[in-house]
Design a binder for this molecule. Structure first.
Ligand code: CKX
Length: 597
């Protein structure tokens, strides 16, 4: 059985990082499998850092823009294999799909580029040196999530065309581990909290492969035990709990032991934050108190690394978000590396965790179509909607399984800017929402993100949502350059929502303007720093008029890379910070507002 729990080291479990310089090569004719590259070793490989996207380490355009099959290979040294141990190789993600070989043998495969790939490696690894090979592919189609297409050019080169506005970065983006865990190991666990005056109850459930007794203990920050339980299910009672609060996180340690005849067979420790999340009327409640969400839609995106995870970049992002007074971000438009959530748990940030259900509107520049309310349909004529839904469902299941115990995660977002106006869209999404509700032991709110075509009159999916997320660009894609008219139109729409859904919280998950950090202009013009600030102030004045608006997540935290085109000047420039994480002028206005709230 596959253990997906995040790798840890302790007296029983061993986790060895396999990051570093791997061997790499492109395979534009998809010939490597037949030619036996996994068995013989990659011919003429170049070196490639892991974790990182491959695109931005290159100096040639064809390499940066490469679309098709590509291979990674490394050596893994196993010191000793004990009888009662299981071995797994765990990749944080491989974008967008992969097959994994160990010593030339097919050992596993995965579809989807933003969630862990875990390979049961015991049958394939031997003591000493082993060859680990990955055949990956970054093509997009209308059954992959995210959705897109591939165009083959006259010379045979493939070009990925995402139906989305971010660069189609690919590679091994997150850390790779060799995990050694005991036979019969703890495989998974769930927790959920409920609060009463001066008390917390934490129900838990532990899944272990073998038999044996489960012991559970909760300790406070000083390491003092505050509650304990026995058995695979149970309730921990905590008197006077220290709550995990927004931007003021308190983390306990949950220790799970699997014991047999008095001997500890397995041991897994993880942080646990005591907090509840609920939607009531117009409010989002954390620990029973309304919270107003302030922050950003982000991307995993930085110079050179592309979408590769870096602790230093993530740390800088959290520092910038704290500086500006944010308390929340959305993992637009895919689940991020697990380390992001661990850091949010520590910092008390709230996360709307999004699956890669993006690009479900057929348009190569869907941001422009979506912004102006010109959806091009999708589900009614998608070539294999069942396969798309299956892939989407897998992502919902995998993200909830991966992230369900993080106190920072307060909601699941099932899609971004999908077509939602047809019966086909409704029928596509209903089972996904239902699954998310059923699978989450904490019953967090479930939502989706609506673009302009998903208007109060036309959208058929908003009633499935516990709170409604809107991406709106009045003053940019609509009435750009005329904030007065933009405000009038914006309010017209919000008045319609007020009639339609007065009892639901709304969160703005995108609003913003492309802004060059070099451009100043008086009076302001679009793209100038002044315009971004005036646009933000106009948006804030609208948000403040409608009490059911419970959050503002600006687009975007930082400038980020997109594909090339006439609408993007080396990327999307809607960041409040530059791609290098320096504040633009409007960031100060935001800081003043958010620090007061
Ligand atoms: N929303 C109205 C999705 C994001 C884009 C953003 C933009 C669009 C806007 C659609 O991924 O980057 O155009 O800036």
């Amino acid at each position: 059985m596959i253990s997906e729990l995040y790798p840890v080291n302790n007296e029983i479990r061993r986790a060895q990082l396999l990051d570093g310089l791997w061997r790499f090569r492109f395979d534009p004719r998809s010939e490597g499998e037949e030619a036996g590259w996994a068995q013989k070793g990659l011919p003429d490989p170049i070196s490639m850092p892991v974790p990182a996207s491959f695109a931005d380490v290159f100096t040639e355009a064809w390499q940066r823009d490469y679309c098709g099959d590509f291979w990674y290979e490394t050596d893994v040294y196993v010191q000793e294999i004990q009888q009662d141990q299981q071995l797994f190789i765990r990749f944080g993600s491989i974008t967008h799909r992969c097959r994994v070989f160990i010593n030339g043998q097919p050992a596993g495969e995965h579809e989807g580029g933003f969630l862990p790939v875990v390979v049961d490696a015991g049958a394939f690894l031997r003591q000493g040196r082993n060859r680990l090979t990955v055949l990956a592919n970054n093509e997009l189609n209308e059954t992959s999530i995210p959705c897109g297409a591939v165009r083959t050019k006259a010379d045979g080169r493939k070009q990925a065309q995402g139906y989305f506005d971010f660069f189609n970065y690919a590679g091994i983006h997150r850390s790779v581990w060799l995990m050694q865990i005991p036979a019969g190991a703890i495989r998974d666990y769930n927790t959920a909290c409920s609060l009463e005056a001066g008390k917390a109850e934490i129900s838990y459930e532990v899944e272990a492969e073998g038999d044996g007794e489960i012991l559970v203990q909760l300790s406070d920050r000083e390491g003092t035990p505050v509650a304990s339980g026995k058995g695979r299910q149970g309730i921990l009672h905590v008197e006077n709990p220290q709550l995990w609060q927004v931007r003021n996180a308190y983390l306990y340690t949950l220790t799970i032991l699997l014991q047999k005849n008095g001997r500890t067979i397995d041991h897994y420790d993880s942080p646990l934050g005591i907090r509840t999340v609920k939607v009531e009327g117009n409010h989002i409640l954390i620990n029973g108190q309304p919270v107003y969400l302030k922050g950003f839609g982000k991307h995993e995106d930085s110079e050179i690394l592309g979408r590769g995870f870096s602790f230093a970049v993530a740390k800088r992002d959290y520092e910038c978000m704290k500086w500006i007074g944010a308390n929340c971000f959305r993992t637009s438009h895919y689940p991020y590396a697990e380390e992001w959530y661990q850091m949010a748990d520590q910092e008390g940030f709230l996360i709307i965790d999004e699956v890669p259900g993006v690009g479900m509107m057929r348009s190569f520049a869907n941001f422009a179509a979506a912004g102006a309310g010109k959806s091009n349909g999708f589900f009614g004529d998608c070539p294999d909607v069942d396969l798309l839904q299956k892939n989407h469902m897998n992502a919902v299941e995998e993200v909830i399984r991966r992230d369900k115990n993080h106190p920072s995660v307060i909601a699941w977002s099932i899609f971004n800017e999908a077509e939602t106006t047809t019966q086909a869209a409704h029928d596509y999404f209903a089972p996904l929402f239902e699954a998310a509700r059923k699978l989450d032991p904490q019953h967090r709110p479930v939502t989706g993100v609506l673009e302009k075509t998903s208007s109060p009159e036309r959208c058929r999916c908003w009633p499935m949502m516990d709170f409604i997320c809107l991406n709106r660009y009045y003053g940019w894609y609509i009435s750009g350059g005329d904030l007065q008219e933009a405000k009038r139109q914006f309010k017209e729409e919000m008045d319609q929502w007020a009639e339609k859904a007065p009892q639901v919280p709304f969160v703005f998950t995108e609003f913003g303007t492309d802004t060059l950090d070099s451009l100043h202009k008086l009076p302001s013009v679009m793209w100038s720093q002044e315009y971004q600030q005036e646009y933000m102030e106009m948006n804030f004045s609208v948000f403040d008029e409608y009490p059911f608006i419970q959050g503002e997540l600006a687009w975007n935290f930082a400038d980020f890379q997109t594909g090339q085109g006439i609408m993007r000047v080396n990327g999307n420039k809607k960041g409040l910070f530059s791609r290098n994480r320096q504040p633009k002028e409007a960031a100060w206005a935001m800081k003043r507002r958010w620090e007061k709230q």
